[in-house]
Write a protein that binds this ligand. Structure first.
Ligand code: RUB
Length: 308
């Protein structure tokens, strides 16, 4: 239980962050919890697993990878505690392996869209987008990257460090310089926290501004998204909740205290409409946003009736 709570706390505080890492951490936490929990009956087991799943899912509302990972991991069919435990452990291991393989496939597929000499712009810190960029570099393409700072948490620094360690020339810009710099960019590639059934992309706040600027400049705009980042619940008409985080992330306590009448908001994600997205690079292929429904139906493995 302690390890489960630790993981939940690390996801809330963003010590573990990024939709893919959150999903894998949740699968690991559920696997270890299922492996060690004591339950006298399948009913007890089921209640404890449901509570654990809820604890994890409630940590952050936007990245659909989290409920998808929890759902895929916590399913079992047996009415025997030991067998159910085993099913969850196997589900988690399978999910973790598939998530890892998906990153590699996304890298291979996405790298074909990157040409020798390209300048790539990216936003926030996405393992999936980085997989595309580093795979293209590994193929010998002479590329460079413009990374946006990504206020307020400045995940662009993580991206810049990763790329520099890899040997890829990288320039950091403030978020508001994105349109100014767009004329130098050949391709924008970002990650995804969720893809809705209409192909809309939910990703770090500021992504839609990049998409708008890319559209205006006729620059390719790609998102890299594992299939487990597509949102089945949007088929039922549900909205994807946009997380609003603490305003302490935007301004420090002293500045806030000096401006008591100032309203401050800190939405953590935004929505990019499908018409601004050229391609979604998934582990099952590079698809247009209009294919989102097919991906959900064919690759997420549960029926609408099961979700209602
Ligand atoms: C991270 C973010 C990333 C996506 C995709 O937001 O928006 O672009 O999660 O990342 P936060 P990945 O820092 O608030 O979690 O491709 O690594 O899953």
């Amino acid at each position: 239980m302690k390890q489960l709570q630790d993981t939940a706390e690390k996801i809330s505080s963003m010590e573990i962050r990024g939709a893919g890492r959150i999903a894998t951490a949740a699968a690991v936490a559920l696997r270890d919890y299922a492996g060690s929990l004591e339950a006298g009956s399948i009913e007890d087991f089921s209640r404890l697993i449901e509570n654990a799943a809820k604890l994890l899912v409630d940590t952050r509302p936007t990245a659909v990878s989290l409920p998808n990972a929890v759902r895929l991991t916590s399913r079992y069919t047996s009415a025997d505690v030991e067998e159910a435990r085993e099913e969850i452990i196997n589900n988690a291991d399978r999910f973790i392996k598939q998530a890892d393989d998906a990153l590699q496939k996304i890298g291979e597929i996405g790298a074909r869209r990157i040409r020798d000499g390209d300048v790539i712009m990216t936003h926030c810190n996405s393992n999936a987008a980085l997989s595309v960029i580093t795979t293209a570099f590994d193929q010998g393409k002479d590329i460079s990257v413009i990374a946006t700072e990504t206020r307020p948490r400045r995940q662009g620094l993580l991206t810049s460090k990763h790329l520099l360690d890899y040997g890829i020339p990288t320039t950091l810009i403030v978020d508001s310089a994105a349109r100014y710099c767009m004329k130098e960019v050949d391709t924008v590639i970002v990650g995804a926290d969720a893809i809705a059934v209409n192909g809309a992309l939910v990703n770090k706040i500021g992504t839609s501004q990049l998409a708008l600027a890319a559209h205006e400049a006729r620059t390719n705009f790609l998102t890299a998204a594992e299939t487990y980042k597509f949102s089945p619940n949007t088929i039922l008409g549900e909205f994807i909740e946009i997380e609003e985080r603490s305003i302490d992330e935007v301004l420090d306590e002293e500045t806030l205290a000096g401006l008591p009448k100032l309203n401050v908001r800190n939405p953590a994600f935004d929505i990019t409409p499908p018409e601004y997205i050229d391609l979604i690079i998934t582990d099952v292929g590079a698809v247009p946003p209009g294919m989102a429904y097919t991906i959900i139906k064919e690759h997420l493995g549960w029926e609408v009736g099961e979700m209602v």
